[in-house]
Design a protein around this ligand. Structure first.
Ligand SMILES: [Zn+2]
Length: 404
């Protein structure tokens, strides 16, 4: 297959990490077999044209699969929102067939907004978590999906004994390019024994860890009360959960020493600006966090975040940075974050870049605005973005979404 258009290419310059060049991508099986640059190669493309934007599939480093039907219940603080909206929704995953059906729908929605690589949570239900891994793996997605671990401070039907959770989490199996991860929900809903067991499992398996860290003030107080007044990061560090393969969602309310600990251990802060705005959790200081050496990824946090599109999450990231008076990322840096950087942080070096040999996770986008006439086409794409521009999402060279 031949795709023609303006191709998003990556550079080694952190100030200008991506640029556009006209040309064609040739796809053979699940790989990009060739990239031909130059206007002359636009002829005879199977899909695309001179005004088409050709982009790598996007990466979302934090989302909750069972929450996609719960988007948009606003006005609640995090802990109340969990009790009243999220836990009832997650209880439905007791039925693994329901979970599989819902994951199929979610996969369709993800492909429909161009997301092809994810780090995600299932629920406490083992069979449902395994079903979600199977559905996403069979659909060709890349990423990490974990069974949620909770043994306190949640409705009875969503709690499991510590030993059972650790046994079940260890038994999860990969499917295709979806690996099982270790997902203690957060320190509020996990006993020290469960956190320690999760840390041991992470060390033994090398799997990714996903959890939440320092999102709201009330949550931070609860963690101190439940864990002997320890700092939030120390609770995780003591349990062995701060590793270079740990995604710590939010990471908003951290002291200087806590940020330094994140940097030292290599843990990744998964920044979720749309969720922080929606749940009124506050604004994450991305520049300050990066400044002390913490790696920062980007996530939608559906349904804490109401937006499925990572392009709109990028826009919120820039707006949040502007509100903090920090140096906001440029549009080029934002596109890099949700393509190459996101995939690399999740451990996938053959994704997020359009080069020979890379996996053919590719978006074909035809904007209905004259974006190429803009003085900054990448910024125009970001701010004028409309999901209806997406003509096709290819995952591993196969059409996962098509607008026609
Ligand atoms: Zn979350």
């Amino acid at each position: 297959m031949k795709l023609g258009g303006q191709i998003l290419l990556h550079t080694d310059d952190p100030r200008e990490p991506v640029h556009l060049a006209p040309g064609a991508l040739l796809i053979d099986g699940d790989r990009i077999s060739r990239v031909d640059l130059g206007d002359t190669h636009l002829a005879n493309a199977d899909l695309g044209g001179v005004d088409t934007f050709i982009c790598p599939g996007l990466t979302d480093t934090h989302l909750h699969l069972p929450q996609f039907d719960s988007i948009g219940v606003s006005g609640l603080e995090l802990l109340d929102w969990l009790d009243r909206v999220i836990f009832p929704a997650e209880a439905r995953w007791a039925d693994a067939a329901y979970a599989a059906d819902m994951t199929t729908r979610v996969a369709r929605q993800l492909a429909g907004v161009g997301t092809t690589c994810i780090a995600a949570y299932a629920t406490v239900h083992h069979d449902a978590a395994q079903a979600a891994i199977r559905v996403l793996g069979e659909a060709g997605f890349s990423g990490h999906v974990g069974q949620v671990l909770m043994d306190q401070q949640a409705p009875e039907q969503l709690l499991r004994p510590c030993d059972q959770l650790l046994r079940e989490a260890a038994a999860l199996r990969a499917n295709g390019r979806i690996a099982p991860s270790i997902n203690p929900r957060f320190a509020v809903t996990c006993t020290p024994a469960l956190l320690a067991g999760a840390g041991q499992l992470a060390a033994a398996t090398g799997r990714f860890v996903q959890t939440h860290l320092a999102e709201t003030a009330r949550e931070c107080e609860a963690v101190r009360a439940l864990h002997d007044q320890a700092t939030y990061t120390d609770v995780y560090h003591k349990a062995g959960l701060l590793t270079p393969r740990s995604l710590m969602a939010h990471s908003i309310r951290l002291s200087g020493p806590e940020r330094a600990l994140m940097a030292r251990t290599g843990a990744i802060a998964a920044h979720c600006p749309t969720a922080n705005r929606f749940l009124l959790a506050g604004s994450m200081d991305r520049a300050g966090t990066l400044g002390v050496g913490v790696r920062v990824s980007l996530g939608s946090d559906v349904a804490g975040g109401p937006d499925r599109s990572m392009v709109r999450v990028c826009r919120a990231m820039i707006e949040t940075a502007q509100s903090l008076d920090a140096a906001p990322p440029t549009a080029a840096q934002a596109w890099d974050m949700i393509t190459r950087q996101g995939a690399t942080l999740l451990g996938f070096n053959d994704l997020g870049v359009l080069r020979t040999g890379a996996r053919a996770d590719v978006l074909v986008v035809t904007p209905d605005v004259p974006w190429l006439a803009s003085p900054d086409p990448l910024s125009t794409l970001l701010y004028a973005w409309d999901d209806r521009w997406l003509r096709a999402t290819l995952i591993g060279g196969k059409t996962a979404y098509s607008s026609t």
